[in-house]
Design a protein around this ligand. Structure first.
Ligand code: GUN
Length: 298
């Protein structure tokens, strides 16, 4: 059999960001302001600093106003909640993202609960989780929505396909399973206690791996021709003479490439989609706040 197609999430995300840029320009004409995203970073976590910088840059490129709030690790819960409440009331802010993880001592659930659900562009608020569960309009977490877009772009109609989601987190696994169910796939959620995981995965036409364990899913777990979406981003220990280890996904890529029909690489697959969908959610929030119809095709 021939090698799997490589699903180019980077290119898909770039095209999506270009469409968002055009829609943000039209929004500026219609509403006399840019869509606005507030990003709150508490503390010095190195990876979070990189993500927050990337989000601000992506906003600017798409014509979305970015309001960055960098607070010291010593920030109290009361101070953080006061900022969130101020952003909730700010008419220039359509979306609020509090970068996770928060420093120890700050309760993430309490902070997420303080965000206005209609500005919760991460889709982490229980109101938005509930809206997704019952099929109401809200905000869907960016990573699983990005995965669904890649799957629908690759496969088209997902009706009747067997999907296995490995991982049951609130941020990826659970919403991914709901999105696939809504798209008429037959969905299994597998996790660390699943028995005979390789056999379960072998049933799947669609595999979404979101466990955070480097190269856990082996090539011989994959049904020939299946579409594989790898959400994992894991850094291996450095090889000799190297400062940094390689980035790998949750899927053994080289093995899976021999069997799958299509697969996302790491990096350059799912990762770039997350920020693009964050911009999309912010644009949608802006249209809702301004009483405008959300743009089509985004
Ligand atoms: N930390 C890592 N990914 C994310 C994300 O998508 N949203 C937030 N708020 N924090 C994160």
């Amino acid at each position: 059999m021939s090698e799997a197609a490589r699903i180019d999430g980077k290119a898909f995300a770039e095209a999506l960001r270009a469409r968002i840029g055009a829609a943000a320009a039209a929004f500026l004409q219609a509403a006399a302001r840019k869509p606005g995203l507030a990003v709150v970073l508490v503390g010095e976590d190195a990876a979070s600093q990189v993500y927050v910088g990337a989000k601000a840059k992506a906003c600017e490129e798409a014509g979305i106003a970015s309001f960055e709030h960098r607070l010291p690790a010593t920030t109290s819960a009361a101070e953080l909640l006061t900022l969130v409440e101020r952003l909730n009331r700010d008419p220039e802010v359509d979306g609020i993202l509090v970068q996770l993880p928060l420093p120890q001592g700050l309760d993430e659930q309490a902070v997420i609960a303080a965000i206005d659900p209609d500005k919760d562009v991460d889709g982490f608020h229980v109101i938005n989780a509930g809206r997704l569960a019952v099929g109401q309009e809200g905000f869907v977490p960016c990573t699983p929505l990005g995965c669904l877009m890649l799957l629908q772009d690759r496969i088209g109609d997902l009706s009747g396909l067997e999907a296995v989601v490995i991982g049951r987190s609130n941020i990826v696994g659970k919403p991914m399973a709901q999105l696939l169910t809504d798209a008429n796939a037959t969905v299994t959620i597998a996790h660390s206690r699943t028995k005979n995981l390789p056999e379960v995965v072998r049933r799947a036409d669609i595999v979404v791996a979101a466990v955070g364990r480097p190269e856990m899913v082996r090539g011989d777990w994959i049904k020939p021709g299946a579409t594989v979406i790898d959400v994992g981003i894991n850094r291996l220990p450095p090889e000799e003479g190297k400062a940094k280890g390689r980035l790998v996904g949750d899927v053994a890529y080289a093995e899976a490439l021999e069997v799958a029909g299509a697969i996302t690489p790491v990096p350059g697959g799912v990762g770039p989609m997350t920020i693009a969908v964050l911009l999309r959610n912010t644009l949608v929030a802006a249209h809702r706040h301004a009483g405008l119809d959300a743009p089509e095709g985004i």
